[in-house]
Write a protein that binds this ligand. Structure first.
Ligand SMILES: Nc1nc2c(ncn2[C@@H]2O[C@H](COP(=O)(O)OP(=O)(O)OP(=O)(O)O)[C@@H](O)[C@H]2O)c(=O)[nH]1
Ligand SMILES: [Mg+2]
Length: 415
C-alpha cells in the first residue's frame, strides 16, 4: 500500500471525548492503526473533551488555535478527525488550520481503494469514494482541493479520482449500472449454490480478528492474511469437509470496524450481505485484544444493520495461543462458543464438531413416501441429510430422516 514514490505523510490525529474518555482514546488508537495501514506516520493524538463535536468546526475555537500551533511545531502535513466531518466542518477546519484535513471515513476509503482487487471491489470502492466526494463538492466547498495528492485522493487501482462535480455524477451513474450487473450475476451464483443445498457458513468479525487465517487453516485457501486492517475485501469461498463426511461452503469476507463509513456500507452491501444468506455465522473474535468486548458489540450492531438476524451464530474466540486479557470469554448473543488458535491450529476439531452439530440442529425431521420416479430426491436426502429409516413400499420409498430445510421444502406436498 505504501507508494515509495510518495513521501510518507505525517499526521496529527484528532478526536472528541464525549463521555467515555477511555473509549475515545481506544478509538483514536485504532485510527492510528488505520493511518499506519494507509501508509502515514502519526505524530501525535489530540483529544478534546466536549459534549458534542462543534457543528461548524468540529473542535472549539480555543483548541483549534492550540492545534494550529502543534501543526506548525511538528511540521505536520495534515490532520485526521476521528469522526466523519460534515462538508462545512471540513471546509472551515481546513480554512482555519490552513492544512490538509482528512476524516476517518476518507482514511478507510483510501485503504479500501488500495486493497480492491476484483472488478466488483473496484466499482464498490470508487462508488463509495465518489459519493463521499459528491457531497463535499457542492457550492463553494471545494475543500477537497486542499488535499493535494496522497491519502484521500487515491482511486482504486491506478485511476485518479474525479474532481469535477458534474463528471462525478455522470461517473456515479455509470458505476451504479455496472454494479447492478455484477450483483445480478452474483445473486444468480448464490441461487445456484442454494439449489446445490450445500450449507453455507459466513465468517464474519472485526477487522484483523483472524478470519482469513481461519479459512486458510481449515481449507488451505491461500488467501492473504496479515497484521493490517482490511487485508481482505473480496469474498472468498472454499469447501470444507466436516468429520461426519458432510460438506459445507465457508465464505470469508470484509471485516467490520466501528464507524464504518455509511457510503461504504451502501456500496459494499452485496458483499456484506453474504452473511444474510448463509445458513450459519462464524463470528471470529480476537480474544487476545484489549478491545474485544466493544469489537464484538460493533460486529453485532453491523449485522443487525445488514438485516442478519435469524441465523445461528458460533462465536469463535481466536488467538487463544496468546495471553488473554481479563475479560471473560462468553457471548450471550451466540448459540455456541469455542476457543481456538487459527495460527497454531488448536481447537479446530472442536470447531468442526460444533459446526456439524449446529447444522444438524438446523435440520428438520421428515417422514415421507417418495414416488419411485423421484429417485433424485431420495438421492439428495441420502447425500445431504441423515437417514434414520428407509424402506421400499408399494407406492414408493418410505424415508424418515433429518434434512436441511431447503430439501424439506423441496419434496413437501409430495407425500
Ligand atoms: N497469535 C495469533 N495470531 C493470529 C491468529 N489468527 C490470526 N492471527 C494473526 O492476526 C493477523 C490478522 O489475521 P487475518 O487472518 O488477516 O485477519 P482478518 O480477520 O482476515 O483481517 P481483515 O481481512 O484485515 O479484516 C495476522 O497477522 C495473523 O497472523 C491466532 O490464532 N493467533
Ligand atoms: Mg481477511
Amino acid at each position: 500500500m505504501i507508494d515509495t514514490k510518495e513521501k510518507q505523510e505525517k499526521l496529527i490525529l484528532v478526536g472528541i471525548a464525549q463521555e467515555d474518555v477511555d473509549e475515545a482514546i481506544a478509538s483514536l488508537e485504532e485510527l492510528e492503526e488505520l493511518a499506519d495501514t494507509a501508509g502515514a506516520f502519526t505524530l501525535e493524538l489530540f483529544l478534546q473533551s466536549r459534549e458534542q463535536p462543534h457543528p461548524g468546526t468540529y473542535l472549539g475555537s480555543g483548541r483549534i488555535k492550540e492545534l494550529k500551533e502543534r501543526i506548525e511545531a511538528l511540521d505536520a502535513d495534515g490532520i485526521v478527525c476521528d469522526d466523519e466531518l460534515t462538508p462545512a466542518q471540513m471546509r472551515n477546519l481546513s480554512d482555519l488550520l490552513e492544512t490538509k484535513v482528512l476524516d476517518r471515513s476518507l482514511l478507510i476509503l483510501d485503504i479500501f481503494a488500495g486493497r480492491a482487487a476484483t472488478h466488483e471491489g473496484r466499482i464498490q470502492v470508487e462508488l463509495a469514494q465518489l459519493r463521499y466526494r459528491a457531497t463535499r463538492l457542492t457550492g463553494r466547498g471545494v475543500s477537497l482541493s486542499r488535499l493535494g495528492g496522497g491519502i484521500g485522493t487515491r482511486g482504486p487501482g491506478e485511476s485518479k479520482l474525479e474532481t469535477d462535480r458534474r463528471a462525478i455524477h455522470r461517473r456515479i451513474g455509470v458505476l451504479k449500472a455496472e454494479l447492478e450487473e455484477v450483483v445480478r450475476h452474483r445473486e444468480q451464483q448464490r441461487e445456484k449454490r442454494r439449489f446445490g443445498t450445500v450449507p453455507v457458513a459466513a465468517i464474519v468479525g472485526y477487522t484483523n480478528a483472524g478470519k482469513s487465517t481461519l479459512l486458510n487453516t481449515l481449507t488451505g485457501a491461500g488467501i492473504l492474511a496479515e497484521d493490517k486492517l482490511f487485508a481482505t475485501l473480496d469474498p472468498t469461498t472454499r469447501m470444507l469437509a466436516l468429520p461426519g463426511g458432510e460438506e459445507i461452503l465457508l465464505t470469508d469476507t470484509v471485516g467490520f470496524i466501528r464507524k464504518l463509513p455509511h457510503h461504504l456500507i451502501e456500496a459494499f452491501k452485496s458483499t456484506l450481505e453474504e452473511a444474510k444468506y448463509a445458513d450459519l455465522i462464524l463470528h471470529v473474535v480476537d480474544a487476545s485484544g484489549p478491545r474485544m468486548k466493544s469489537q464484538m458489540e460493533t460486529v453485532y450492531q453491523t449485522l443487525r444493520d445488514l438485516g442478519v438476524e435469524d441465523q445461528p451464530i458460533i462465536t469463535v474466540f481466536n488467538k487463544c495461543d496468546r495471553p488473554l486479557g481479563d475479560a471473560m470469554l462468553y457471548d450471550s448473543q451466540a448459540d455456541e462458543t469455542v476457543r481456538i488458535s487459527a495460527l497454531k491450529k488448536e481447537g479446530l476439531e472442536d470447531l468442526k464438531a460444533l459446526i456439524s452439530r449446529v447444522l444438524q440442529d438446523q435440520k428438520v425431521y421428515i417422514d415421507r413416501i417418495l414416488p419411485y420416479a423421484d429417485a433424485a430426491a431420495a438421492a439428495r436426502i441420502r447425500r445431504y441429510g441423515s437417514v434414520l429409516e428407509e424402506s421400499y413400499e408399494e407406492n414408493g420409498i418410505h424415508i424418515r430422516a433429518y434434512v436441511p430445510k431447503a430439501i424439506a421444502g423441496e419434496s413437501e406436498g409430495k407425500n
